[in-house]
Design a protein around this ligand. Structure first.
Ligand code: GDG
Length: 741
């Protein structure tokens, strides 16, 4: 396996130049902290080191390169103009506010967009300079949304993953962006696109559908024949690092000193980059209210605010800093006494030992972003609350991605000041046992789904989608396979053709009754049937009346209702007999697994069926799980006489007398066939594919996993292939060379 190339705007090391000397510091922020905790395999990190090209001479550049190389980093050089227009401009004045639901902060300037494109190209060149065929490339965050597609253009076979660390907004927001199409296309260059939570996946898929017209199935989109996976990977933290931090003597010393300084005062902590999305002003206003409403806490609590400097050149950030400092001053002025200040404010980044010491001593963490992709601070705070004293209460905004996993926190709406005030009060009054039990439950989850597990899951998914792509590519019907089929067909004296109807010979219609065979199809089938070497069987899920009505005049065999009814050529319809009941012991545990994974769902048991109901579950999750469950059940029960039916918010598995496979077997075993050709498009056709001998030509129409040997794109591809066999279409005129997955 090749190396892992991590590409992000900033490197985990920040270079600065002070008094002519170069300095190297750890970068701050969620991405840098999270990724720094990963196991270091064979990896390289590509990104901007934080110093503009104008500030470095050739000698500096060489020194920086050499130093960073030792740290596994490759610098991308950016000029001050790039930083102004790309980073401070398009990234932080357009994408950041828009994706965080602050459209009024957005500017849409073509000049900034052009620079964003150019800088993405620069990153692309930097990756191309070092990438090798076996490498896996993992692109991070909103600054590089065009990069996956740029890389794909140069490296069509490359393994490319992309992870967005901020929210993905709903279509209603994204549509405001003049360059929304380019952004989506840029992302779709990746093989796997990851988000923190399922809502962002949903927003992304819906935007891709509405803007680019690409639909998804089970979170997989098909982009120019290439399956692209979209999924949620909630980023975790290095749990052990935070849980055991106080065992370090330096951290313990900081804790002791803080405890001495604070005495018996209760500490409420608030730590974020100074950013308008973090809701710092709302939080301060709520604290102000709290002191008014609960005067008994005056002199007894202290709000420690750490605002880490961020994007200091963007006006709205400068403005926000001024407003925060003004409000801190006002509150301290209004309530402070000679020996007590309600707010202790720091505008700087703390060293790690001070940060975790603060987490450790804080009675409450007040984390109330107005919108946040995930929020790692919330998770880190909870992780430090381990033995001997698990006390501490997390107050968390429901607008943070982390709220999905930390439901035992006091979850509030950050715009509802009243609820923040009450949550502070509830937190300070909470019984210590309840604090422990809430923290313990959150810790169980945080210790399982760590940042290491997050990265591993992402890389595993990336490998899976790559394997799926390779498998599908190997099933393309190439010219030589087609030629082989035509030759085998010509030579065969007896041929069996098992053909599904809807989605295989006829495209889908919104109204199923509109799928009546057209003249082209009737001619094709007539031609196939008129060759006495052929035995044509239409195997369909349709009822027998419709089949009789549509195809009854042709000299062919028909199977209706997925195998329950059979009509041999020139005979009457016959019902198939025999039911099985002992399949439930196999199917029930799978359904139970899906009940566990899908809150609100349940199982209903009937004499001959098991029904999984999901009407009370979250609709998008229910849809995804229904598909997954159906696939799981179909694969497991393919040789049993079971039907799997999707109804309105239900999935029913029931005994049926036969399936398409058992029906097909009636012809398969009837005589020796020189050639067997089977085609179908959905899971019910998998039953047919399952019973075929190895040398049969089996074709699945459309994408997705299948037991069929080959894949054909569409109904018209399938029709032209059949036309080729009958001689109605010649190889030269066959335009279906795109027969593919
Ligand atoms: C973005 C998304 C998403 C903070 N102050 C200090 C300090 N930190 C560290 C924390 C934490 C990280 O920085 C902040 O991460 P967050 O997740 O809270 O927020 P963003 O920086 O906005 O991160 C966010 C994240 O990416 C990951 O995908 O969760 O939604 O906006 O790890 O510990 N570290 C030190 N001193 C500080 O003063 N040493």
């Amino acid at each position: 396996m090749g190396r892992l190339l991590i590409v992000s705007n900033r490197l985990p090391v920040t270079v600065s130049k002070r008094s002519g000397n170069l300095h190297y510091d750890r970068s701050v922020g969620g991405l840098a902290t999270g990724m720094a905790s990963l196991e270091h395999g064979d990896q390289l990190w590509i990104g901007w080191p934080g110093l503009s090209s104008e500030k470095t001479n050739t000698k500096d550049c060489q020194k920086i390169k050499t130093h960073l190389k030792k740290e596994g980093c490759v610098p991308v050089s950016l000029s001050s103009g790039d930083i102004r227009d790309y980073y401070y401009g398009f990234c932080n004045k357009t994408i950041w506010p828009l994706f965080h639901y602050f459209p009024s902060y957005c500017i849409y300037e073509p000049k900034l967009w052009q620079r964003y494109k150019r800088v993405n190209e620069r990153f692309c060149e930097a990756v191309l300079d070092i990438a090798e065929p076996e490498d896996r490339i993992w692109v991070h965050d909103y600054q590089l949304m065009l990069l996956p597609q740029m890389l794909r253009k140069h490296l069509p076979e490359a393994t490319i993953g992309y992870f967005l660390h901020i929210p993905f907004p709903s279509f209603e927001l994204l549509r405001l962006l003049p360059w929304r199409m380019e952004i989506l296309q840029g992302l779709l260059g990746a093989d796997l696109i990851g988000f923190h939570e399922y809502d962002y996946v949903r927003h992304f898929c819906s935007s891709v559908h509405r803007i680019a017209g690409v639909e998804h199935t089970l979170g997989t989109l098909t982009v120019e024949d290439r399956p692209v996976r979209v999924d949620a990977f909630p980023m975790g933290i290095d749990f052990e690092k935070y849980a055991h931090a106080r065992e370090d003597a330096k951290v313990q010393a900081k804790i002791d000193s803080l405890v001495r300084k604070m005495g018996r005062r209760r500490i409420i902590v608030s730590i974020d980059r100074l950013d308008y999305t973090k809701g710092i002003l709302h939080r301060l206003e709520a604290f102000d209210w709290f002191l008014t409403r609960y005067p008994k806490y005056r002199g007894k609590v202290c709000l420690v605010i750490v605002a880490v400097p961020s994007r200091t050149r963007v006006e709205s950030y400068v403005d926000l800093r001024r407003q925060i400092e003004h409000l801190v001053g006002r509150i301290n002025g209004a309530y402070g006494t000679m020996d007590w200040m309600p707010i202790s404010y720091m505008y700087r980044s703390l060293p790690f030992d001070e940060l975790v010491a603060l987490y450790n001593v804080a009675d409450v963490a007040l984390i109330t972003p107005l919108r946040d992709g995930m929020n790692l601070v919330a998770k880190e705070y909870v992780a430090t609350k381990v033995d001997p004293d698990r006390h501490g209460v997390l107050i968390l905004s429901e607008m943070a991605g982390a709220a999905c996993e930390l439901s035992e926190a006091l979850v509030i709406n950050p715009h509802h000041k009243e609820s923040i005030v009450e949550a502070i009060h509830q937190a300070l009054e909470m019984d210590p046992e309840e604090q422990c039990s809430r923290n313990q439950r959150m810790q169980q989850r945080l210790s399982r789904y760590t940042v290491q597990r997050w990265a591993r899951d992402f890389m595993d998914s990336l490998e899976q989608i790559k394997a799926q792509q390779q498998k599908l590519a190997s099933r393309k019907i190439t010219h030589s396979i087609r030629a082989h089929l035509v030759e085998s067909y010509r030579q065969a004296q007896r041929r069996l053709l098992l053909l599904d109807y809807d989605g295989t010979l006829m495209r889908f219609f919104t109204q199923p009754e509109h799928a009546r065979p057209d003249a082209e199809l009737l001619t094709l089938l007539t031609k196939l049937c008129s060759d006495e070497k052929n035995e044509v069987v239409i195997i369909s899920g349709r009822d027998k009346e419709t089949l009789t009505n549509w195809l009854g005049n042709l000299d062919l065999n028909m199977v209706a209702e997925h195998g329950n009814w059979i009509r041999r050529r020139r005979e009457q319809w016959q019902c198939v007999e025999g039911m099985v009941h002992d399949w439930k012991i196999i199917v029930r545990p799978i359904m139970e697994l899906y009940v566990d994974r899908t809150p609100g769902s349940f199982i209903e048991e009937k004499d001959f069926s098991l029904v999984w109901h999901c009407r009370r579950s979250e609709p998008d999750l229910a849809r995804l799980r229904t598909h997954e469950l159906r696939d799981a059940v179909v694969h497991l029960t393919e040789n049993l006489n079971l039907g799997v039916f999707e109804g309105s918010k239900i999935l029913e598995v029931k005994s049926i007398a036969s399936n398409k496979g058992t029906a097909a077997e009636r012809w398969l075993h009837q005589e020796h066939w020189d050639l067997i050709l089977a085609a179908g498009d959905d899971y019910t056709d998998e039953d047919t594919f399952a019973v075929l001998p190895e040398d049969a030509f089996s074709i699945k129409i459309g994408q997705g996993g299948s037991r069929a040997r080959y894949n054909a794109d569409t109904v018209s591809t399938m029709r032209s292939l059949l036309g080729l066999l009958t001689g109605a279409v010649s190889e030269q005129h066959d335009t279906s060379t795109t027969c593919s997955v």
